[in-house]
Design a protein around this ligand. Structure first.
Ligand SMILES: NC(=O)c1ccc[n+]([C@@H]2O[C@H](COP(=O)([O-])OP(=O)(O)OC[C@H]3O[C@@H](n4cnc5c(N)ncnc54)[C@H](OP(=O)(O)O)[C@@H]3O)[C@@H](O)[C@H]2O)c1
Length: 117
């Protein structure tokens, strides 16, 4: 899971934890690491010093939850999403056409990845 710390992100961490997520990965500034860990995050990425797309392996993530909305996030999310019949969710609450995956229609068409936003 990719998210961030406050409001929408912290809610996402708690919901993921409550539903039994095995590993929750979140981006936030280092100042908020302890807060996010207390909510249930297992791996923290300081977005000010590290780009999450350089840290996460391809096809390693079941759900990407985007509360930031940076240009290019959708395509980067598709690269790390696990492709299977049940997993591969990219959820955005703040996306624009610049943040959505450019291959969204192709992926949905093949039934491997669902794009929600
Ligand atoms: N569609 C909906 O229903 C809905 C509902 C609520 C909110 N939203 C939208 O969702 C977005 C987030 O809302 P929010 O209330 O959670 O915002 P927020 O409380 O301002 O939180 C923003 C978070 O993003 C982190 N952040 C900032 N820049 C980042 C970057 N480049 N990479 C990674 N993380 C970064 C910040 O981390 P640090 O504090 O550690 O720096 C902060 O925790 C907003 O655009 C809002 O409009 C949509």
């Amino acid at each position: 899971m990719f998210s961030c710390c406050l409001d929408a992100g912290s809610t996402g961490i708690q919901i993921a934890k409550a539903f039994g997520a095995k590993k929750i990965i979140t981006t936030t500034s280092a100042d908020n690491f302890a807060y996010c860990r207390a909510l249930g995050a297992d791996q923290l990425i300081d977005y000010k010093s590290t780009d999450w797309w350089n840290v996460l392996s391809e096809s390693s993530i079941d759900v990407v939850y985007d509360t930031v909305g940076q240009k290019g996030t959708g395509d980067r999310a598709i690269a790390v999403l696990r492709s299977s019949a049940y997993f591969g969710f990219y959820v955005t609450i703040t996306g624009t056409k610049d943040t959505l995956p450019s291959l969204a229609c192709t992926c949905v068409g093949h039934g491997h990845i669902q794009v929600v936003g």
